[in-house]
Design a protein around this ligand. Structure first.
Ligand SMILES: [Fe+2]
Ligand SMILES: [Fe+2]
Length: 382
């Protein structure tokens, strides 16, 4: 019997056999047992192709497509952090400044980057497997790279060199109030117009010593940049924690729900770690911008609102109901405060898309509006 041809350019001999897709290997084995090709074909098709499955509801596709876009955006920003400050990153002074928050920071940056890449790749592959369009944002990779040693020179989706980091997540998770009931929360640190990665080697030399207590102009500048990254990491991941929670409430298919809650859980995991690390930001003022990182444990800070080790979500107002007690939960969990459109708006206000084209915002908002409009339907799984 004739074996199916392999992909062009595939290896030969033993290598070739080990690289064969599993259904081809299984087929050869069964053929050896005398099972005919006519009997095999339907089985292999059913086992290896998804095109006989029912089409996903439109709302689920919209949710998955927006989440794929969000993950491509996350991957882009995490890759920039990883090139400079990850465990294999290329900027020693930035790595040392990050390590002043926690010696594991470079490893965590590398691993967070891997996670985001896997989220983007999985969501797009799943969409394709169900016969739906994946998301590609390559046309919008137009923003400049850092000129600092370690950064690759290529187009980016996101800007990390001039950020307004909203740090109200810090006081929100220490509060007994909930933004879904209209509560607002003060900033922990006022981070305005600050880079989160070194911009170039001029005021942040990549090979300089970075002591735990920065002394020189250059050392203070680099530490303020690393501190900004620490707060930005948690800002991004708390956004993901609310976004996935909110999207899960709109999903129809159980399999898509499994995807959304399972990826969402890792966003919460990321947030929890970065929340802890941000509290270790070194007390310093950026000599270039004046952005000051105070000691959050000392007066006028400290207490329930600022104490750095109060990182577990405080029980807060959750659902309306006179007899319902406070509950420790992800918040916000309402569309208007943390849904798809709210996420794009929050990222935009923080400067993450500074310099992006009108086409980018139009595409992002179209995906976001479609995701927010999704709602649970009746659906029989196949
Ligand atoms: Fe992610
Ligand atoms: Fe994330």
């Amino acid at each position: 019997m004739k074996e199916e041809p392999l992909e062009p350019g595939s290896a030969s001999g033993a290598d070739r056999k080990s690289q064969q897709p599993s259904f081809i290997r299984r087929r050869s084995f069964l053929q050896g047992l005398g099972v005919s090709s006519a009997m095999l074909l339907p089985t292999t098709l059913l086992a290896d192709r998804d095109d006989r499955r029912k089409k996903l509801p439109r709302g689920d596709v919209a949710i998955l497509r927006f989440l794929a876009a969000a993950e491509l955006i996350e991957s882009d920003l995490w890759e920039q952090y990883n090139e400079l400050g990850g465990v294999k990153g290329g900027n020693a002074a930035y790595q040392l400044a990050l390590e002043n928050l926690d010696s594991d920071m470079p490893q965590y940056i590398a691993d967070n980057t891997d996670d985001e890449r896997s989220h983007a790749a999985f969501l797009n592959a799943y969409l394709e497997s169900r016969g739906d369009q994946p998301v590609n944002l390559d046309a919008f990779r137009m923003l400049p790279s850092s000129q600092a040693t370690g950064a690759k020179q290529k187009g980016r989706l996101t800007n990390l060199m001039n950020l307004n980091v909203d740090t109200s997540w810090y006081t929100r998770y220490r509060s007994e109030e909930n933004p879904d009931f209209g509560a607002t929360f003060p900033q922990a640190v006022h981070i305005v117009g600050e880079p989160a990665i070194p911009v170039d080697d001029a005021d942040t030399p990549p090979g300089m010593m970075q002591p735990p207590v920065p002394v020189t102009h250059q050392q203070r500048r680099m530490q303020a940049i690393a501190n900004t990254a620490g707060f930005h990491f948690a800002f991004i991941e708390q956004g993901g924690s609310s976004l996935y929670t909110i999207m899960s409430l709109k999903v129809t298919s159980l399999e898509v729900l499994r995807i959304v809650v399972s990826i969402g859980g890792t966003e919460v995991n990321h947030f929890a770690v970065w929340h802890d690390k941000a509290g270790n930001a070194v007390n310093v003022t950026d000599p270039e911008t004046g952005v000051t990182f105070p000691d959050l444990n000392a007066p006028p800070f400290g207490g329930e609102e600022f104490q750095t080790n109060l990182i577990f979500p405080e029980p807060c107002d959750f659902l309306k109901g006179e007899k319902l007690p406070p509950c420790s939960v992800i918040r916000p969990s309402l569309d208007q405060n943390g849904g798809a459109v709210a996420t794009i708006k929050a990222f935009t206000e923080g400067g993450l898309f500074l310099g992006q084209s009108g086409g980018f915002f139009a595409a992002a908002m179209e995906l976001a509006n479609a995701a927010d409009a999704a709602h649970r339907e009746r659906f029989d799984e196949d």
